[in-house]
Design a protein around this ligand. Structure first.
Ligand code: SF4
Ligand code: SF4
Length: 218
């Protein structure tokens, strides 16, 4: 073939690809207007589940954090008290964060969770332009309230123990269950600091320093 005919045919051949593509079925996805339906076991955003009476399943054990290959989970556990109870047993997850800038949605954390507190939803709308917004807090991850649930903190079902919750014997909140007044550890600390400051400011107060609080065990 001559050099002259190449000069003419090559651009036409290029347009041939364009023309062929014009009559093919479009593959464009109309996201976010049309959301794709995921497979039932798709690994999307995590969820912290509740017992049927509304108490939290997370016991703050940190096994999920240790199982995570991307170091994306941060957990701080704390003790329940009779006045402020978030889960049926001794401990609950006071602070729970997942960093979706790190998470690879592999699901190893949910396999490690001994109480099935942590599962994954089908929600894949996780992109954000801010790194800070990609750190999801416990409040964002905690499941909503279904019928028969009362938001934590509240008392354990009367006559039941922690094991009964895992045996499925508690199916809804006990009649008359009300949410306990939550006193967060931070506000407790703030008020302690305020009272310390007040007493230090008081005339004749001793100048000794109070031993530093070691914080809630992790
Ligand atoms: S899904 Fe995988 S990467 Fe994401 S938090 Fe769980 S263990 Fe870590
Ligand atoms: S989500 Fe599960 S594994 Fe993680 S701290 Fe809570 S109970 Fe433990």
């Amino acid at each position: 073939m001559s050099e002259e005919s190449d000069k003419f045919q090559n651009p036409v051949a290029g347009f041939g690809v364009t023309f062929k593509a014009m009559f093919k079925k479009r593959l464009t996805e109309q996201y976010p207007e049309q959301q794709k339906v995921t497979a039932p076991r798709f690994h999307g955003r995590h969820q912290l589940n509740r017992h049927p009476d509304g108490l939290e399943k997370c016991i703050g054990c940190e096994l999920c954090a240790w199982a995570c290959p991307a170091d994306a989970i941060y957990v701080e556990g704390a003790d329940n008290t009779d006045e402020e109870r978030y889960s049926p047993g001794e401990r609950y997850g006071r602070v729970y964060q997942i960093n979706y800038a790190r998470c690879i949605l592999c699901g190893l954390c949910i396999e490690a969770c001994p109480t099935r507190a942590l599962t994954m939803t089908n929600d894949f709308d996780l992109a954000d332009s801010s790194r800070e917004n990609l750190i999801y807090t416990k409040e964002q991850l905690l499941a909503g309230l279904d019928e028969g649930m009362v938001d934590s903190p509240h008392a354990i079902y009367p006559g039941m123990d922690e094991q009964d919750y895992y045996r499925g014997l508690v199916t809804e909140a006990a009649p008359g269950t009300v949410q306990q007044a939550a006193v967060s550890k931070d506000s407790e600390k703030d008020s302690e600091e305020d009272s310390e400051k007040d007493s230090a400011d008081a005339p004749g107060a001793a100048s000794g320093k109070k031993e530093k609080d070691a914080g809630v065990g992790a």
